[in-house]
Design a protein around this ligand. Structure first.
Ligand SMILES: [Zn+2]
Length: 312
């Protein structure tokens, strides 16, 4: 079980626990039979601890040998899909949604193995993030939608939801994630928005201000699943990185990829604009991880080069 090295203090503090976990798991794999077949589930101890803030992506490594066929987790009703790491064990990205309730929640992991499935249970402490409040004034027609626009927006939301629900079982991303454009980062992730005096949904991505026409690149390898022009997002590109991880790029002046096209990290996929509901030229960059709305910069900070076979 490994966690993001940024949380160094906690990692050090937890190390004795980790050693204990490894010992238990090794013991279990030597004796694959259930040692306590009659023990009810509730009596089983936890296999480890994790913690993170709302909107954060956690790197989780679970012990599993090369013969494991699949490693799948469940966290607050969302799936966490693990893949074999380069060193040892299986690695997964756990997304804490920006509005997950603070407190301790279970990450339940099932390791499917020829010798029978093994279940692991981790405690994940979700800590509250303090999101700033933002007052915005926008044209009335962009906030209080007329009947036609309401119908349009509902159809567009459905189109996006259907795409996000389709989870590719392959991992397309490889190595670290990069910023799609260099510019002024607004710190807008999670902002609680009061638009024209009314409380609206929180801002679920980061805004990067850059001149119109600035190249926008893919944050990692993937497949451009959807290139659209939507009411709120404007010209937008959605990239599927596999295993339920999507990145999205909004308010473009131009999209330079087509649906179904494979893209590489750093490849130009569009250009900065101010299409849709935007108050000026900027890129809205969002990341969805198995349904969780997470801070894209949290993904950029993860040391993924060492965990995957990055060759570039
Ligand atoms: Zn935005």
């Amino acid at each position: 079980m490994r966690i993001h090295p940024v949380d160094r203090a906690r990692a050090t503090k937890n190390r004795p626990d980790l050693v204990a976990i490894m010992a238990v798991v090794l013991f279990a794999s030597v004796f694959p039979v259930n040692l306590l077949p009659s023990a009810p589930n509730e009596l089983r101890g936890t296999d480890g601890q994790l913690s993170g803030k709302q909107g954060q992506v956690l790197l989780v490594t679970v012990p599993a040998d090369g013969r494991a066929t699949e490693v799948v987790g469940q966290f607050l009703g969302r799936r966490v899909l693990f893949f074999p790491g380069t060193v040892s064990g299986y690695v997964g990205l756990l997304g804490i949604d920006m509005q997950d309730a603070p407190g301790t929640h279970e990450l339940a992991v099932e390791v499917r193995h020829p010798e029978g499935p093994r279940r692991l249970s981790y405690n994940v402490l979700v800590m509250k993030e303090k999101y700033p409040l933002q007052h915005l004034t926008l044209p009335k027609g962009m906030v209080d939608l007329n009947e036609d626009n309401l119908v349009r927006v509902k159809a567009e939301q459905e189109q996006v939801r259907t795409m996000l629900d389709a989870v590719s079982r392959d991992r397309f991303w490889n190595g670290r994630f990069i910023e799609p454009v260099s510019g002024q980062v607004a710190g807008a992730f999670g902002r609680v928005r009061i638009i024209n005096g009314q409380s609206r949904s929180p801002h679920n991505g980061e805004d990067i201000t850059a001149p119109i026409g600035t190249a926008v690149v893919a944050a990692n390898d993937g497949i451009a699943r959807l290139t659209v022009e939507h009411f709120f997002s404007g010209k937008a590109v959605y990239v599927d990185h596999g295993l339920g991880l999507y990145s999205m790029y909004f308010h473009l002046s131009e999209a330079t990829v087509q649906d179904g096209e494979a893209v590489k990290r750093g490849q130009v996929i569009g250009r900065v604009g101010e299409s849709g509901r935007a108050t000026g030229p900027h890129l809205h960059w969002g990341v969805r991880l198995n349904g969780a709305r997470v801070d894209p910069y949290s993904l950029v900070k993860l040391p993924l080069d060492s965990l995957t076979t990055a060759t570039r």
